[in-house]
Design a binder for this molecule. Structure first.
Ligand code: FAD
Length: 595
């Protein structure tokens, strides 16, 4: 130990000499000299999800003592475990060679890179220590609540809040280090009929029309009674989010996703589910509801009568915890888009050739757990892809929402091959049928000025450019050449588009909104692939969200809500309907389980 310390001291002295020398010649060196107490500090930077993460690292005796975040623009919910747990891991192990926090990978890597940068600038060579294991002993192995909710996404938060409001003691279990699931990374847009925004915008809508659109959009496979429950209660759910949870929705704008007859999707501030989850989490904390992250539900427990009485779970250290539920359990574990094996099990078309837009926790656990108790499943083969995603990561492209304002899709030969406002499944299949299974989305500045996606989603735009999958070109020829498309063929396609735009009729694919003139540059061209986006199938629930068994009877004490259920969306979920589903049925589940 003594020897180690002296080696450390020599390294430290050498480092200080190096730093002093370097400081003389380089004003940009961010490491400051050792203070009187032997502590030196150094500033480092890394690329997070939403820009630079800047940290100040303090060292003493060649050991990391503290990491302060000086600048960052990360999502509050995803960054929380990074700035707490990852920081502790780096300090206790005295190295930045650590694993990213699952579910917060980009933020983690930016933070790790910033710490590495600070270490390099300090000129220190650190000796890694064995990180102390997390102490799981303080987490009791047996715990009792009235209600156990599994999964901290939109449905789980809503269920937990309503159950607590009804007087129950509640615990919310989340297997990932951070909360939010798909809800967090979603656009957060939520459909409801006759909302305050529709009234302000003078849009006429009705519950009947919402029901009709939803059923038709899913090829009439959804359960009409359950779709009506959704349509009748979605507005109250949106008002609850606005008034009780304090979610900010845009007051003067709505989205009209494909398949909806009118504009009815409320848009949260920032156009993402982060606004929903951040506010739901704040409300959960205010109400004093216990939240256990890093806690994975493994098995549902039932008594001899078949009533569900609790959950067996695994904590952060692999410690087993039994959560007893006096009143019942709500499954809100989301879909199975991130589980390739399960996708293949129910529909072999959706194997490895697809990446996914979904959160890593979307692995279908709730479906498997409930099935062990005889729960009925429905519509499992219905898996939705999103057509325009990042070919490197599978992540949905919001920059590519310029498609809704006139951007076209072309293949490697520079030819259009599908109507760009077709259903997600139709466009996805058409893209996969092209050589290489990819497409390019092309739009010009006039379209960009309407959609503003490059500005609204600037972080994503910059990343796509950095990855070489999006290019802004002054001329069409330059755009074509960047992706090795024949410039003449692309020019021919654009000439046709301009002709159809002028005539007001797309003779090739009958673009329903009408094509836009694209004769003027600059142009944006983006490579895209489809990715698995939503799993429509899942557990069968009734109007009070009780999980049904294969005989069509409710399983006592077991409730479910959100993407884990399979009765609403039929073969094809319409945009904006999943958030409505998760929040509406999550609330009902919370109210019912607490009875
Ligand atoms: C990129 C993207 C954009 C989208 N945009 C929209 C949109 O704008 N509008 C819309 O309506 N829909 C949208 N959707 C779909 C919508 O976000 C989801 O269907 C919805 O959020 C699902 O909510 P949920 O609460 O059921 O599940 P989730 O939000 O996925 O939450 C489930 C949670 O359960 C946790 N969990 C899973 N298994 C366990 C276990 N064993 N133990 C403990 N915890 C567990 C997961 O980690 C997760 O945190 C989008 C989806 C994606 C991926």
């Amino acid at each position: 130990m003594k020897k180690l310390r002296s080696v450390g001291s020599i390294i430290l002295i050498l480092s200080l000499v190096f730093m002093l020398a370097a400081c003389g010649g380089n004003k940009n060196n961010n490491a400051s000299n050792a203070g009187k107490d032997g502590i030196i500090t150094s500033i480092g930077e890394g690329d997070g999800k939403h820009g630079t993460i800047k940290v100040e690292v303090s060292f003493e005796n060649n050991e990391i003592k503290d990491i302060k975040v000086l600048e960052q623009k990360e999502n509050e919910v995803l960054a929380e475990p990074v700035f707490k747990e990852l920081k502790d891991t780096i300090i206790t192990s005295n190295t930045a060679e650590v694993d990213a926090i699952s579910g917060s990978t980009v933020t983690s890597n930016g933070y790790i890179d910033a710490v590495k940068d600070a270490i390099a600038k300090a000129g220190l060579t650190l000796v890694a220590k064995q990180a102390a294991g997390k102490d799981g002993a303080e987490e009791a192995a047996e715990q009792t609540y009235d209600v156990v909710v599994i999964g901290a996404g939109g449905a789980g938060f809503s269920a937990a809040l309503e159950a607590k409001q009804a007087g129950a003691s509640v615990v919310l279990l989340e297997k990932m280090p951070s909360v939010g699931g798909n809800t967090l990374i979603s656009g957060g847009e939520m459909n409801a009929a006759n909302t305050w925004v529709q009234e302000k915008m003078g849009i006429k809508d009705s519950v009947d029309l919402f029901v009709e659109d939803t059923l038709k959009g899913g090829d009439n496979v959804g359960d009409p009674e359950m779709v009506r429950v959704l349509a009748e209660n979605a507005t109250a759910a949106a008002e609850w989010l606005k008034n009780d949870v304090k979610v900010n929705f845009l007051e003067d704008n709505l989205f009209q996703f494909g398949g909806h007859s009118v504009k009815r999707a409320l848009i949260p501030e920032g156009h993402t589910g982060a606004e929903l989850i951040t506010k739901l989490k704040t409300k959960l904390d205010e109400m004093g509801i216990d939240l256990k992250t890093n806690t994975k539900a493994d098995k549902l427990l039932a008594d001899e009568s078949g009533k569900v009485t609790g959950v067996e779970a695994t904590g952060a250290n692999g410690n087993k915890i039994t959560f007893h539920a006096n009143k019942g359990v709500v499954i809100a574990t989301g879909g199975f888009g991130s589980n390739v094996e399960m996708r293949k099990q129910y529909n072999p078309e959706f194997g490895e050739k697809y990446m996914t837009t979904d959160a890593p926790g979307s692995t279908g656990d709730g479906i498997v757990m409930a099935q062990d108790l005889g729960a009925a499943l429905t519509n499992m083969e219905s898996i939705q892809t999103y057509p325009v995603c990042n070919p490197e990561t599978g992540v949905i492209s919001l920059v590519a929402d310029s498609r809704f304002d006139g951007a076209i899709l072309v293949n490697q030969s520079g030819k259009r091959f599908v109507e760009e406002l077709e259903r997600r499944d139709v466009i996805s299949r058409a893209i996969l049928a092209q050589p290489g299974g990819y497409a390019y989305q092309l739009w010009n500045q006039d379209i960009g000025d309407i959609s503003k996606t490059a500005e609204v989603h600037k972080d994503e735009y910059d990343m796509l450019v950095k990855q070489g999958v999006l290019y802004k070109a002054d001329t069409l020829k330059e755009a074509a050449e960047f992706f090795k498309i024949d410039p003449e063929a692309l020019q021919e396609t654009i000439d046709r588009v301009n002709k159809f735009a002028k005539a007001g009729k797309d003779e090739d694919f009958n673009h329903r909104a009408g094509l836009k003139d694209m004769s003027k540059g600059p142009y944006y061209i983006q490579k895209a692939v489809p990715s698995v986006h939503h799993t429509m199938g899942g557990l069968v629930i009734n109007k009070t969200t009780q999980v049904m068994n294969e005989k069509g009877e409710p399983i006592p004490g077991l409730f479910a809500a959100g993407e884990v259920t399979g009765v609403i969306h039929g073969t094809n979920r319409l945009g904006g309907n999943a958030i409505a589903d998760a929040i509406t049925f999550g609330r009902i589940a919370g109210q019912e389980v607490a009875k």
